[in-house]
Design a protein. Sequence first.
Length: 372
Amino acid sequence: MERPRKKLVFENGRVFAGEGFGADADAVCEAVFNTSMVGYQEIFSDPSYCGQFVCMTYPLIGNYGLAADDYETKTPRIGGFIVREYNDSLSNFRAARTLSEVMEEYGVPGIAGPDTRAITRMLRSEGSMRALLTDADTPDAAALEQLAGTPVPRDQVARVSCKKPWRCRTANARYSVVAVDCGVKHNIVRSLAARGCDVTVVPYDTPAKAVLAMEPDGLFLSNGPGDPRDVPEAAALVRALQGRLPIFGICLGHQLIALAIGARSYQLKFGHRGGNHPVKNLLTGRIEITSQNHSFAVDPESLSGTGLTVTHQNLLDGTVEGLENAAQRIFSVQYHPESAPGPQDSAYLFDKFIASIEAFLAERGDRDAEAY
């Protein structure tokens, strides 16, 4: 089937031509790049990419299809894909559908054929910027006018978060965890369940009173899209519950914990996205190869007086990758220890959360015993 002619028009005026796949629709999104060599299904279904065009640096995309069990969310919210070569010849025996079929179902457009190396170098040099994916015959001047007239979204977390609580039960559960859904990935829930947790996933704006009524043993803050300053409700929840429950945050959850306790965040020039980012654990000296996907980071200069200490550091640019207040049983990381597919170097962080819960339960049990 002949693919429609498309083009990408960036805010800086550069234009890249190609062929469309997925949904035949126009879209304005922030363009970012991802250096992962595998895992396009997990990227496609990661809620943290809500409203973003993802330029894949690995040239061949689509060749192993999509498997029913590998989605990170039920409803993909990615803005679109930019790929060098798209291929529908499925090579994986587990493949149930093609990437283009599912993109069309969810209204996600894609473009194949542009020079993804040039796009990546441009974004790396000039920073992430917005682009319009449109028909090839759209005048460039009209495209730039449409770009300038499209407001920057601030509701990405509200778009991807669940609308009401839902529960993932596990056999012979030992712990109860409330997970705040700012765009939670399924493999995070699976990772907690595998460690004996019943997980109740709640909307991002759930108040502290409602969380405490569930009588959880721990609180988890999920990954998600956008600027953490756009989610004051989740930061307020952390502020209300710090010291009352063990708290663990990943990615956006890491930034929200920092903001809740008085630190600041800032936007990176082009973000961190890929499965090969080296991070040093400052507590052990070990180097972890990590999976990352974020545009914002925590300002280390703002941590003074918060009680938070830096536990992990990115070896590429020195940014903060982990925080902890051991006395309050709060810790977080900027990267993804649950990454699937991806390096498993950081899976121990879920075990650390379980150990924190166990210590909390033991201490609470001691207090309850003293009451009698």
